[in-house]
Design a protein. Sequence first.
Length: 497
Amino acid sequence: VELTKGIVRRWFTDDKGEAFCQPCFRPGTNILAYRKLPQSDLKLGAVYCFNRPATICIDDQVVSASRLARSPSWSPDGKFLCFLSADFATHDGPASLTMYDPKEERIQQIAAGLWGIVKFQHWADDTHLVLNELCRSTPTVSLISTKTKTRTIFRQSATAITAGAGYIILHRQRLSDPGDIVCAALHSSSEQDILVPIRSIGAVLGNYGKDAITEYWTAPEASTSQDSTILSIDNFEAILKLPSHTKERCPLIVMPHGGPHSATRAAYSVPTAFLNARGMASLEINYQGSIGFDSYDVLPGNISTRDVEDCVAATRLALEKFSSILDPDRVAVCGGSHGGFLSGHLAIQYPSIFKVCCMRNPVTNLLTMMSSDIPDWLFVEGLGNKWMTDPDFTFSSSLTMNALDDEALATLRRCSPITKAHTVSVPTLIALGLRDRRCPPSQGLEYFRALPEATPKILLTYPEDDHAIDRPWSTADHWIQIVMWLEKYLFNNNNTT
């Protein structure tokens, strides 16, 4: 779009079924860098699925060398093009920052082991790139120098909103309140002098739980089942938030995240603050397989065992470490997507621990997940092995259930909560977005219908919502319904105020 001339013209002609996205012009020129995705019947989402093959191009020239490339960004002076490179079969994994010098036609890797980078990078000046990444569970702002090829941590428990002219606008995050927006100078030596508050965002997000007691701790090394490989890995993490002013032991709500290759960030959360305000503690678990940790690749082929074991280990440690605050007889589990999958397994395998279950758009039957928009998920996560070493297969027309032998089909069935749904005894709530293409609503409906007649259960459906159930009315309603369900069975009353 040429704004001064009012001209709109097509830059590329798509005659091969390819897709073009993330365009950026080289400053002061009409030279365009962009991300090119080859033709594929599987068009995975751009936000959560970083395993879709793609290249970075400048005009018609491919400049990336890795199988997975994304997020091109020119330096302000136009001398370099930086982008993210990776090669993994899971939906997310570690990425490297790559720099291309168009003058020398040379590619260099600047930094490796970057986690959780979703949005485009920001440039603080001509030689400093600002990245929002995840270091274990902690949101971290890092500075990458294209001149010295070094990577330094600029701030932790923060997210960069934008940058330029030697300044970075940050959202400082805390566990107990929404935090604030500040301006930081890139080259100042005194952190106290450079943080200038712009405004508090507490009034925007609400101050539920602002005075809550919070703990941030590391869970022990996870146990492994007999069929799993024993790895020397760092401990996984869990985030425990406790309600303030509690006079007696309170319920604990265990909240495994979805993905499974994502993570819960150690930051303020409206849902957990709501739970805290209602007198319940929350435990968000970054089990092995979560991004930000070196153990992300141990989970494929081990879902329903290793991730479940990690959640149980973290729950038991929380109950032991905070025995004077947490009531072991009032523990519930609440999760969405893969977290819903884990919620089902925890309620089935450990009903003596988890007394109430809430599932949001859960995976319940891997054998019927081919109708998902990410069918590769069930092959990689359910089976692992060759599906990890041949990731291109997951984007081919051969990706059908006919590719699996009887042993593989039996494995997927064993992984599925639906096989034991008839044994569920704990009160179960299921919330479904009826426009969900990631975990089709049939997953939750099948599970709900398989629950015993005597088991207390409730089904919430949101006709206009997809996987996230994030329309404002739906978000409010389903979390209020969840809290009412938890209060009914954990507080032994019918309080619905």
